[in-house]
Design a binder for this molecule. Structure first.
Ligand code: NAD
Ligand code: G3P
Length: 367
């Protein structure tokens, strides 16, 4: 039987390239899947050469994932419509600020029977309020969309250091297919049915990462950072519960996408690192992003702005003092030390919904 399925990865940054490396290796042992994996590259010149050409000849994304070979069956394509044509499994992994433009480009080209998964960590503000990436992708393409998020710093995964991740997918057969594409001995997938819970965790932890970077920039210690992690985690849960109408399972926060990602991001991520520089240099986040990241993008300070505009417009900012302080430090010139203002919030009644004991490896069936 010839393979009937084909993967396209939309995005070739640090995480997109790492994900393509995993998938490119995995499809070689999956008989249903075509060996060829297209990766859409936002074309640019690197030392005078097109990045697509470099990837297709050197099999390395020298700009966004230097030092790691991509499998030969991963093919870089500059035209997103061409990359996605014929794909049954579409992996969306670009910085969240660019997703609308990409979706507008590929709308109409995507096979109606295809499935997508979002690896993006970000949210969007629309006239309806706040929407998640899977919601935006589903509305644009009309296909089922799963989410993947976890304690996943891409460079460490490219080095094949053991970690876990969480896939949110309601359909069991789809979840099994996504797992087969991503799971490796060093990248352990756990599937849950709570699609938006997984992605709210991934998006909101980036705001906490900014707070953790401020603590490092102020030269404060581990206890202080642990306090910011704890309060940030509880504000994440409070906001995610509010936004989803309490549809999110409390158990999702205990998956890799929840507490584990908050930890790794507050110690190792780019958002943390540049927030530390923000305190030390007094430069704006956008300027530091341009100066220090060589084309990589931050999600945290943008998400802090999106979160604040939502909680402020709904009159609920007082229930999120840490998110509010982080926003005001980023955008309104408040001193980073004001991060501690008003943090004595009572979260004790937030987890009012009892969480059922999950069965091993498949939880959450109440959707
Ligand atoms: N890097 C990680 O460790 C990591 C881990 C997990 C999740 N994520 C998430 O994955 C998503 C993608 O991040 P990444 O790390 O792969 O990217 P990146 O920040 O490393 O690179 C930025 C990418 O955006 C592209 N780009 C620049 N301008 C563009 C435009 N106008 N339109 C479309 N693309 C444009 C660049 O070509 C590049 O591929 C983000 O939401 C991020 O939070 C990243
Ligand atoms: O480098 P960051 O701050 O974008 O974080 C990377 C990943 O999201 C960590 O899981």
């Amino acid at each position: 039987m010839p393979p009937t399925k084909r993967v396209c990865v939309l995005g070739s940054g640090n995480w997109g390239s790492t994900a393509a490396r995993i998938i490119g290796n995995n499809v070689l042992r999956l008989p249903d899947f075509d060996d060829r994996v297209n990766i859409w590259v936002y074309e640019e010149l690197v030392n005078g050469r097109k990045l697509t050409e470099i990837i297709n000849t050197q099999h390395e994304n020298v700009k966004y994932l230097p030092g790691h070979r991509l499998p030969d069956n991963v093919t870089a394509v500059a035209d997103a419509r061409e990359a996605v044509r014929g794909a049954t499994h579409i992996v969306v992994v670009i910085p969240h600020q660019f997703v609308q433009d990409l979706l507008a480009t590929i709308r109409g080209t995507v096979d109606p029977g295809a499935r997508a998964i979002s690896l993006i960590k970000g949210i969007a503000i629309s006239s309806e309020g706040m929407t998640t990436m899977t919601q935006i992708i589903h509305r644009a393409l009309g296909i089922p969309v799963a989410s993947l998020s976890g304690a996943n710093i891409a460079d460490e995964i490219a080095e094949e250091k053991y970690c876990e991740t969480t896939i949110g997918c309601r359909d069991a057969a789809d979840a099994a297919a996504w797992r087969s594409l991503f799971d490796t001995s060093y990248f352990q997938v756990n599937c849950v049915a709570d699609v938006v819970g997984v992605e709210f965790c991934g998006a909101l932890k980036n705001v906490v990462a900014v707070g953790a970077g401020f603590i490092d920039g102020l030269g404060l210690g581990n206890n202080t950072k642990a306090a910011i992690i704890r309060i940030g985690f509880l504000e994440m849960r409070r906001l995610a519960m509010h936004l989803s109408g309490a549809q999110i399972q409390d158990a999702t926060f205990m998956e890799s996408c929840g507490m584990a990602d908050v930890i790794t991001t507050c110690y190792g991520g780019r958002n943390r690192r540049l927030a530390e520089e923000f305190v030390k240099t007094g430069k704006r986040m956008s300027q530091l992003e341009q100066e220090l990241l060589n084309g990589q993008k931050l999600q945290g300070y943008l998400t802090a702005g999106e979160v604040y505009s939502y909680i402020e417009s709904r009159g609920i900012a007082e229930h999120f003092p840490l998110f509010t302080n982080i926003y005001q430090i980023c955008y309104q010139g408040r001193h980073p030390r004001s991060i501690f203002d008003g943090l004595n919030v009572d979260f004790s009644r937030d987890a009012a919904t009892p969480t059922p004991t999950p069965a091993p490896n498949h939880h959450h069936h109440n959707h």
